[in-house]
Design a protein around this ligand. Structure first.
Ligand SMILES: [Zn+2]
Length: 327
């Protein structure tokens, strides 16, 4: 905002106008202490038209966008291609409400009952100041928000407790890392398995992750280097929030990225059964042999696919060898 000496324009007194963003200020060449021409856009919203440079006396100061958030002190960053500067502090009071709403939302930690109004009240009453405080709320705290609120409070406490068992991907989603939605969170959880691995991942490692571009990798890397992030994760750990990829734990991906082609008839499996086993272990089954094929599983009376595999130098396995691979 530009704070102005009050002036009458088209019937009302104007004492401030929006300056939109850094680019607008630069474009108009505005300095602190300048005299400006203002008008009412569409006769309603006051706006700065131009600077009257003739009125400058040399005491005007260059405006510099703060590099840290004036509220919480975390670095404030303008990302490429964006006009706005964002506070990177995840425990910034100015951002707390919105962050908590995102944290508890259905696609994130999925804490039922913790809606906008309730979170707003909890913050107003000073019962929560940051995300991790959710996990330290008591039955009495919550019950005090409503008349006869005990039932509501015990349900909410239960929902909060249950959320501690969520898979890692939900936590990653909930943290609200820029450019990281549910899909990317799932990929990251699967790839890094624990929050510590993810926090310690190098920029190079992050950039190599499937479907994670350079901008996202950079955003994740920066996020986990932030002291407030480290502090929050520590508090969530103390609260007993799960930090590992559970859904992935029992999944055996021994055939990950491996492409199989089946040919001929197998003694102990139908085509479908063999395909299901390969897919269960994370492999893929293709109907034709190509350079991308890793294994050709050849049964009795294998035909042209076997010949083609031989000519391409692809590993051919027998049913017996296949059984060794899956056991
Ligand atoms: Zn801030």
């Amino acid at each position: 905002m530009a704070i102005l000496e009050p002036v009458k324009v088209a019937g009302s007194t104007i004492s401030k106008t929006t300056l939109h963003n850094e680019d607008f200020i630069k474009e108009k060449g505005l300095k602190i202490g300048d005299t400006v021409v203002i008008q009412k856009a569409g006769d309603v919203i006051p706006e700065v038209v131009s600077v009257n440079t003739k009125k400058r006396n040399g005491k005007e100061k260059e405006f510099k966008m703060p590099t840290v958030c004036p509220i919480c002190g975390a670095p404030a960053i303008r990302e490429e291609g964006e006009a706005v500067i964002r506070c990177t502090g995840i425990e910034c009071p100015a951002k707390t409400l919105r962050n908590i709403i995102h944290f508890v939302s259905r696609e994130a930690m999925n804490i039922d009952g913790l809606g906008y109004k309730i979170v707003e009240q909890l913050i107003e009453k000073g019962l929560i100041e940051n995300i991790s405080d959710i996990y330290f709320l008591t039955l009495e705290n919550i019950a005090s928000l409503k008349k006869n609120g005990t039932k509501f409070a015990s349900n909410l406490i239960e929902a909060i407790e249950n959320s501690k068992q969520n898979d890692l991907y939900r936590l990653i989603t909930a943290l609200g890392i820029r450019h990281v939605g549910v899909k990317a969170a799932k990929i990251l959880a699967k790839r890094y398995k624990t929050i510590d691995n993810l926090m310690n991942a190098s920029l190079e490692s992050l950039s190599m992750v499937e479907d994670v571009g350079e901008i996202t990798a950079d955003s994740i890397y920066t996020f986990f280097k932030n002291e407030q992030t480290i502090d929050l994760i520590q508090k969530l750990k103390t609260a007993g929030v799960n930090m590992t990829s559970i859904e992935d734990e029992n999944v055996d991906n021994r055939f990950e990225n491996k492409v199989f082609v089946l040919t001929g008839s197998l003694e102990n499996y139908t085509r479908d059964e063999a395909s299901n086993i390969i897919e269960k272990f994370g492999g893929k089954v293709s109907s034709s042999v190509s350079k991308k094929t890793n294994y050709v599983l050849a049964g009795e009376e294998a035909g042209s696919k076997l010949t083609k595999a031989q000519s391409l130098g692809i590993t051919i396995i027998t049913e017996e060898e296949f059984e060794k691979m899956i056991n």
